[in-house]
Design a protein around this ligand. Structure first.
Ligand code: SF4
Ligand code: SF4
Length: 327
């Protein structure tokens, strides 16, 4: 039985809905399409005139810029993302692939980010029409302050997301700068407006966790409470393997996020999206609430894996059960 939800029923602001396009975001995302195709940019466009939901993205900015500290935080992020990278050193440094990957630990130790991973670049991760010339993608994860995320859907949660995207962008710039000083071209990819690639597939491929029912990645260390950025390069980093903790199976028997989502945007089962069966968030239902709450975040906050100290115990329990049942 569904738990009572203090945010239901949700009636979107008519001013926002007047900006909604005729086309469904789920159709742009390819919900129900059996054939594979690359993703189209549905939201977080670098140019809001170029996407059907651009006026709704403008509404998001308009509302959140009026909330405490958002405008300043966004400006800080812009300055970081637009800062020039150091010049490219003439001779590329040579290291074994495993040594390149091991060197990323220094950025975690310095507190720039909490997670790093590497995947061989797959062209299918790029948006339709985008070619990524680099062979490697380094993915970075930065953790939210859980107490701030737990205030969702109030504004401090949205501010925290913005702050962590800023931090993730700064980490990507720092690593790209370091690589250029090592003589390797490197391109930082800062979210949420990446413009080139979707970050979730490479993050799954490089071991950041499994996709949860709420459409975000979950792992035992940070739950779903983190943000991503990336660096594209040809420096020969060794890929880090994907990880499976049984979280996908856990989501089949849990409905905490489904019950907590005010506009009921989460499905009880997986959907086929551009030829892949996976957990999927109903874009058209989520977006109006998301926009009116500076980024919502309820599904991330309520996910049991996100609660500090819970994820590692849950993973150990799932591992013991898998050992007993041989699954
Ligand atoms: S972010 Fe979207 S899917 Fe998640 S709880 Fe909020 S409205 Fe629902
Ligand atoms: S709240 Fe439950 S169903 Fe939703 S993503 Fe987390 S574990 Fe999965």
């Amino acid at each position: 039985m569904a738990r009572p939800n203090p945010h239901r029923p949700f009636t979107p602001d008519p001013d926002q809905m007047a900006r909604a396009p005729d086309v469904s975001g789920n159709a742009i995302n390819g919900l129900g399409e059996a054939e594979f195709r690359r993703p189209d940019v549905v939201y977080w466009s670098t140019d809001t005139t170029k996407i059907p939901h651009g006026k709704m993205q403008d509404y998001f900015y308009m509302r959140s810029n009026a909330a405490e500290g958002f405008g300043e935080a966004r400006e800080r992020r812009r300055l970081i993302n637009e800062a020039p990278l150091p010049p490219l050193a003439p001779a590329p440094a040579q290291h074994a692939p495993e040594d390149w990957t091991a060197m990323l630990a220094r950025f975690v130790e310095a507190g720039d980010c909490e997670m790093t991973g590497v995947a061989e670049m797959n062209p299918d991760w790029a948006y339709a029409g985008v070619t990524v010339p680099q062979s490697r993608i380094i993915v970075l994860g930065v953790q939210h302050d859980y107490d701030r995320i737990a205030t969702a859907p109030d504004w401090p949660a949205g501010r925290e997301v913005l702050e962590q995207y800023t931090r993730a962008g700064a980490a990507a710039k720092k690593i790209a700068g370091w690589l250029r000083e090592q003589g390797w071209e490197a391109e930082p990819v800062t979210g949420p407006l990446t413009g080139t690639i979707t970050l979730i597939p490479p993050a799954l491929a490089c071991g950041f966790g499994e996709l949860g029912k709420h459409g975000s990645i979950i792992n035992p260390e940070f739950g779903a409470s983190f943000r991503l950025s990336a660096v594209l390069t040809d420096a020969p980093f060794a890929p880090t393997p994907p990880r499976d903790f049984g979280i996908d199976g856990f989501c089949r028997n849990c409905r905490v996020c489904e019950d907590a989502c005010p506009p009921q945007a989460l499905f009880p089962d997986k959907k086929t999206v551009r030829g892949v069966t996976k957990w999927y968030v109903d874009f058209d239902k989520c977006l109006p609430f998301f926009n009116e709450t500076h980024g919502c975040g309820i599904c991330i906050a309520v996910c049991p894996w996100s609660r500090p100290g819970v994820g590692l115990n849950l993973a150990a329990k799932l591992a013991r059960r898998a050992e007993r049942t041989g699954d």
